[in-house]
Design a binder for this molecule. Structure first.
Ligand SMILES: Cc1cc2nc3c(=O)[nH]c(=O)nc-3n(C[C@H](O)[C@H](O)[C@H](O)COP(=O)(O)OP(=O)(O)OC[C@H]3O[C@@H](n4cnc5c(N)ncnc54)[C@H](O)[C@@H]3O)c2cc1C
Length: 393
């Protein structure tokens, strides 16, 4: 069902993930949400079925099946549990810095432990005074012999306290804005690395979101990704390729909610017939399904473009559009699913209540949807389209 440009091998993996999602993840989703505890059993499930290998090349212990496959896996998992889908999306997010900017030696040092799932990964950009405005970050890194000394802290970091490896952004030139930022690989065991408060939150409750601190933390100079001052560029190149992962989480939520609302509408009767036969409900279902399919078309196109090594100049805009559209669809469609279930939709006993809460974060993290709109408009203004205004006036 739905748009499917996958190869036979990718389809096989999708079917495996779909089966695991239905049989092993779905029965745990409500409990993960209720307890708000990080689901290590889901990590174990991924390890057992080698799913952590999906974002990685074969030479580093991965499956070499590409970016589209990762998106499809995130979508399938998020149909039943957005917290579990996020584990896959963040393994990609936290590894992309090394994949895009790492030397061969850095890749050999770090990627195999991420591909096996021995380590979970995290991406640490945001600070208390620096979310949308990353140039305002205060964390500093100073070169001292063959080590960097890092001081400062990050906030709202997914996988805080559970990740084994963090890609951390810090100012090597505090006087400069974007051009003063550098990117580093930090192992969780490093002395001076501390995990602070883990935030209670509205949705994706099993995922940890927390503070991390660096107190005179020393890391080898070899852990610098790219050159000093490359950090902002690396952060943005990562986001161009990771935002589709959040889009996939949004699409999974939207499709999962649509599927649930459809089943419900076929069996719940009012005024002598199933509510699916009332036109106002069937019209909502049709809109929900259409939005999901449009979102899927955009998402898979972006996945294919990443796999075809499309240049950054093309990826930035399509990736922002994909994140914006799929996650706005997630919010609209999960809200409609709650409406279709009526009072039952508002009850914790039914999964659409959780899906609606989980959908909200997809419009906020990895760049809010306002920021996506700014990015899209900025790229549009840069494009040379030929003027339609010639001859007017
Ligand atoms: C659950 C969760 C997980 C997260 N995981 C991570 C993670 O793993 N790693 C990480 O680095 N960060 C993470 N974040 C941080 C997240 O990316 C930021 O919260 C987000 O980018 C917004 O930054 P902010 O919260 O500082 O909001 P602000 O930047 O203060 O924005 C506040 C509001 O103003 C709007 N706004 C800001 N600037 C503009 C502008 N120029 N034009 C128009 N509107 C604007 C925003 O859209 C928003 O509505 C996470 C956040 C949450 C809540």
């Amino acid at each position: 069902m739905g748009y499917d440009p996958l190869t036979d091998e990718q389809r096989e993996i999708r079917d495996l993930v779909r089966t695991l999602a239905r049989e092993r993840v779905a029965p745990r989703a409500a409990e993960i949400d209720k307890k708000g505890e990080f689901p290590w059993d889901m990590v174990e499930l991924f390890r057992e079925h080698e799913l952590f290998g999906l974002p990685f090349e074969e030479q580093y212990g991965g499956t070499g099946t590409g970016a589209l496959m990762v998106l499809v896996a995130v979508e399938e998992l998020s149909k039943v549990c957005a917290t579990t889908g996020l584990i896959m999306a963040v393994q990609e997010l936290g590894s992309l810095g090394i994949k895009l900017a790492g030397t061969d030696a850095q890749k050999e040092r770090f990627l195999p432990r991420l591909a096996s799932g021995e380590w979970l990964a995290a991406y640490a950009l945001t600070e208390p005074g620096s979310g949308s405005d990353s140039a305002a970050m205060r964390t500093e890194a100073r070169l001292d012999g063959d080590e960097y000394v890092i001081n400062g802290g990050k906030r709202f970091i997914t996988n805080a306290g559970v990740a084994g490896l963090y890609v951390v952004f810090a100012k090597t030139d505090p006087e400069s804005g974007h051009s003063g930022i550098s990117a580093f690989v930090v192992e969780a065991e490093t002395p001076g690395f501390e995990v602070g408060r883990i935030e209670p939150k509205m949705g994706i409750k099993g995922s940890t979101t927390g503070e991390i601190f660096f107190n005179d933390m020393r890391i080898p100079a070899d852990n610098l990704l790219g050159e000093e001052g490359d950090g902002f560029k690396i952060a943005m190149r990562i986001l161009d390729r990771s935002r589709p992962g959040i889009a996939a989480q949004g699409l999974g939520l939207a499709q999962g909610a649509t599927d649930y609302a459809l089943e419900y509408a076929k069996t719940r009767e009012t005024m002598g017939k199933p509510i699916a036969q009332h036109q106002l409900i069937s019209g909502m279902l049709a809109d929900m399904e259409t939005k999901c399919e449009a979102a899927r078309g955009l998402l898979y196109k972006t996945g294919l473009m990443i796999d075809e090594d499309a240049p950054d100049s093309e990826l930035t805009k399509i990736s922002a559009m994909t994140k914006l559209y799929c996650t706005d669809v997630a919010m609209e469609v999960t809200t409609d699913a709650v409406q279709i279930l009526g009072g039952y939709g508002y009850m914790q006993e039914y999964p659409v209540e959780r899906m609606m809460r989980d959908a909200k974060i997809t419009q906020i993290y990895e760049g809010t949807n306002q920021i996506q709109r700014l990015v899209i408009a900025r790229e549009m203004v840069k494009e040379q389209r030929g003027s339609l205004l010639a001859g007017v006036g």
